[in-house]
Design a protein around this ligand. Structure first.
Ligand SMILES: Nc1ncnc2c1ncn2[C@@H]1O[C@H](COP(=O)(O)OP(=O)(O)OP(=O)(O)O)[C@@H](O)[C@H]1O
Ligand SMILES: [Mg+2]
Length: 508
């Protein structure tokens, strides 16, 4: 079979560390290829080399059998290579067609005919089932739709090879299925797709072949057949077995820690985002929140960490009212926060790991005295946490922006979970983590709750919610539709997530 891409002995070095060390990668024409590996294994780096964002120190790239030099994304696109990054590069106040036309003008001359582009986009959108309206403004679109705009944009620029870096991390299960439908259509059309994902079920369901990287090196390439199992992939990736199903013991929960009554809040557009939300979390309890993204989850987390004002209701921690308190008070009272968007709220990207790890408590616990920072203590703290959380980096002072996506998430987790929290607000805590790290974080949340912390867990991964939670609340349109016991079925939860409240649903 013809190869769409052949990468031969690619080496890419950052500050003396080889993120890719003589990596070979072969992509067959008309296939979907999974690129796997733990956080920091070198997946994004390899694809950035193919897309012209990085120049490898050595190695060769062949596209359709021809040796090429890809020194910019423009060059990549002219060779038919497109890439959809995890952080979309769209201009929110502009429309779909305007966004797609943005980079085109130089190629197609100054007189672009908007009507024509619009017609062509509509036809392309229909052909690949992208279901997009070219005149819609980006800010009006869901995350899944925005991702489809990126795909449409790549297709419009003539992509025959499409790279998707963890595309499903931000999607709901339904959106992920829709995306796979689109990828299959692209394959039928003779196009080739490279898919980076940590979700092994997805890989098994959709890809034809996998390439596995470990520590910047190629472990191997393999066909994915009906016989391939998650265990096969894991042992290639990690070199050991990983626990997939652990259910936490029924714990005796203690006194009520967090009490939320009739809470109301507005979203960024000034519309009601939380309506009369009431629940409690006891010591030792994990309360899961299921729901389609965008039904008030983000606002709930922000309100419970002092980042967003309430319009009504009250929040009490250990009997103390916290409404209208500053974020600092929430931190000092022991509310830890694992935010959804680590770039915006979780990390200081230009600062080193060690400093990020003490961002919240630099004035306490021996990290400073009389206004001076104790560098030795800060370094020791970082070394300990980096080892415990397997944070892969050159050293404690590596800037967070130079870490791989999963390792950035680990820095937040290490900081928040090591602060002996009373309550942990965990929003998508395992998003972007490899399977080993996911297992570790889930166990850590169970451990913290066993030590008496209360946990509020928001996750788009229903399996994660079912595995960890003592009770499961379902958010829909800013309201709690019901709070179910841990033995609730996926169907029951699904109905509530869709806003259907049935008589049979038993509310705990
Ligand atoms: N711009 C950069 N500067 C310095 N080091 C970098 C840079 N980009 C990546 N690295 C390092 O290269 C290694 C590979 O990173 P890469 O982002 O390719 O990993 P990944 O496999 O995509 O991981 P993840 O699953 O966490 O996204 C990491 O150790 C990372 O810290
Ligand atoms: Mg990556």
């Amino acid at each position: 079979m013809d190869l769409a891409v052949e990468m031969r002995e690619i080496t890419k070095v950052f500050k003396k560390v080889a993120a890719n060390d003589k990596v070979n990668f072969n992509l067959k024409k008309g296939s979907i290829h999974g690129l796997l590996g733990e956080n920091g294994a070198g997946k994004t780096t390899l694809m950035n080399c193919l897309y012209g964002l990085y120049q490898p120190e050595s190695g060769k790239i062949f596209i359709n059998g021809k040796n090429v030099r890809i020194d910019s994304p423009q060059k990549a696109m002219s060779l038919g290579v497109g890439m959809v990054h995890q952080h979309f590069m769209l201009v929110r106040p502009m429309t779909v067609v305007e966004n797609i036309m943005l980079g085109l003008s130089s190629k197609r001359g100054p007189f672009l005919d908007t009507d024509r582009v619009e017609r062509e986009l509509l036809a392309l959108s229909k052909r690949f089932n992208l279901n997009l309206e070219p005149k819609a403004k980006i800010w009006q679109l869901s995350v899944g739709e925005q991702q489809r705009v990126e795909i449409l944009s790549a297709l419009y620029r003539g992509a025959e090879i499409l790279i998707l870096d963890e595309p499903t991390a931000v999607l709901t299960p339904n959106e992920a299925q829709e995306l796979f439908g689109i990828l299959r259509m692209m394959r039928n059309d003779g196009k080739s797709v490279i898919l980076i994902s940590h979700k092994l079920e997805e890989i098994l369901a959709i890809v034809d072949e996998v390439t596995v990287l470990r520590d910047g090196r190629l472990v191997g390439q393999a066909q994915v057949t009906a016989e391939t199992t998650k265990r096969d992939l894991t042992s290639m990736m990690v070199g050991r077995d990983v626990l997939f199903n652990f259910k936490h013991e029924t714990l005796k929960t203690g006194a009520t820690k967090l009490m939320v009554n009739h809470l109301g809040a507005r979203n960024d557009k000034g519309l009601p985002a939380l309506k009369e939300v009431s629940f409690s979390i006891s010591a030792g309890e994990i309360l899961g929140f299921a729901g389609v993204d965008g039904n008030g989850q983000k606002e709930l987390c922000e309100v419970l960490t002092g980042l967003r004002p309430t319009t009504s209701g009250e929040i009490c921690l250990n009997g103390k009212e916290l409404n209208r308190s500053s974020p600092k008070t929430f931190i000092n009272e022991g509310i830890a926060h694992i935010p959804e968007d680590r770039h915006k709220t979780g990390l200081a990207m230009n600062m080193g790991i060690a400093r990020n790890l003490i961002l919240k408590n630099f004035s306490q616990s021996g990290f400073s005295s009389r206004g001076l920072l104790n560098f030795r203590a800060i370094k020791k703290n970082a070394e300990r946490l980096m080892e415990e959380y397997a944070i892969k980096a050159n050293g404690v002072h590596t800037k967070v922006k130079d870490l791989s996506g999963g390792n950035q998430q680990k820095v937040i987790l290490a900081r928040e979970l090591s602060s002996k929290p009373e309550i942990i607000i965990a929003n998508q805590p395992t998003r972007g983590l490899d399977i080993g790290a996911t297992e570790y974080v889930r166990q850590k949340l169970l451990e913290e709750s066993a030590k008496g912390a209360g946990v509020l867990l928001i996750s788009a991964d229903l399996e994660e919610i079912l595995q960890l939670s003592d009770r499961i609340a379902v958010l829909y349109d800013g309201q709690i539709m019901g709070i179910l016991g841990r033995n609730a079925s996926v169907e029951e939860i699904g109905l509530l997530m869709a806003g259907v409240r049935t008589e049979e649903v038993e509310v705990c």
